[in-house]
Design a protein around this ligand. Structure first.
Ligand SMILES: [Cu+2]
Length: 319
């Protein structure tokens, strides 16, 4: 038995934890943690990144729980389903137990699927297609041995924004990647992205990214998912998926198409986080990655560049 398949579900310390086996194409993993929906169906404030929390109270009793930690929340459950090799498929079951088939479009898409390995490598952000029976399908972004976290970021019609997460194991030889050191600059495919911001635990932090190519500021970023960039932040250790809001967007007059892109993020605790900035230029979406240590006064970002691209592909392109 290899290392990957020996890794099993982990206790979340929340309500009852049950195991449920499933197969995802060639991905056959150990029991995935399934957390009983043991709390009230009240507001949790688990808004999707960049998603205004709208009418619901984001400061509810469980409102401090970041997104992505639960496979089931407020009656909605993320259910991976068997798929042909090379494809990833899942459904979301609703409070009535049936697959959800109606979704709101948020950030230009009805469903955002984000995956990362539990060592925070391999980040991908893709947009599955919905079949009439409620099954979402996409070319599998889960592509190297190890334990992955898959996040479904969506708003069911008539419901509130949710980010559900589930572990997916890819059998094989696991090569763990250590997390890169904190750095204020990242390069990806000829672009340099500089990061400014001093995240503090518990508060709202403005994160500013400045995009340049060959030393020239990029002033013609293209809208991507309703903004000039899309940011995902994951916490090392449990891959909590943070709330991130773009500050301004195309057409609202408040922001230019580069070189700076700003976000507001809430870091729920001290610790290490990985930031993934998707931006679009010349028709291609690229991802710049940064490690940030929150609440560590000794962790001033260094100017050392970090090669952000770990996808092994020349920019994952999607619209
Ligand atoms: Cu998306």
């Amino acid at each position: 038995m290899n290392t990957a398949t020996k890794l099993t579900g982990f206790a979340l310390g929340l309500a009852a934890v049950f195991g449920a086996a499933y197969g995802v194409g060639q991905v056959t993993g150990p029991a995935a943690p399934v957390v009983a929906d043991g709390h009230d169906a009240g507001p949790h404030g688990t808004a999707a990144p960049g998603q205004e929390t709208g009418g619901h109270d984001a400061s509810g009793a469980a409102g401090h729980l970041p997104g992505g930690l639960l496979v089931s929340d407020r009656g909605y459950t993320l259910v991976p389903v068997a798929a042909p090799e090379g494809e990833f498929a899942f459904r979301v079951s609703g409070p009535d137990g049936k697959p959800v088939t109606r979704y709101e479009v948020t950030h230009d898409k009805p469903m955002h699927l984000i995956v990362a390995r539990r060592d925070l490598s391999g980040f991908q952000h893709v947009h599955p297609e919905l079949a009439a029976d409620g099954t979402w399908r996409v070319a599998s972004p889960v592509n190297s041995p190890g334990v992955w976290r898959a996040f479904a970021d969506f708003t069911p019609t008539g419901g509130e924004p949710l980010t559900l997460g589930v572990d997916v194991t890819v059998p094989g030889e696991l090569t763990e990647r250590p997390l890169s050191a904190p750095a204020s600059s990242s390069t990806v495919h000829g672009y340099t992205v500089d990061f400014h911001g001093t995240p503090q635990p518990g508060g709202n932090t403005t994160l500013t990214f400045t995009v340049s190519r060959d030393g020239v500021p990029v002033r013609d970023l293209e809208p991507y998912l309703g903004a000039y960039g899309h940011l995902v932040a994951l916490r090392q250790g449990d891959l909590a998926y943070l709330h991130v809001h773009p500050e301004g967007g195309p057409g609202d007059g408040s922001t230019a198409p580069g070189p700076q892109v700003r976000f507001a993020a809430e870091f729920p605790s001290a610790g290490a986080y990985r930031l993934y900035l998707d931006f679009r230029h010349d028709g291609v979406v690229r991802t710049a990655e940064f490690t940030v240590h929150v609440g560590d006064p000794g962790a001033i970002p260094s100017p050392e560049g970090v090669i952000a691209d770990e996808h092994g592909t020349p920019g994952h392109e999607h619209n």
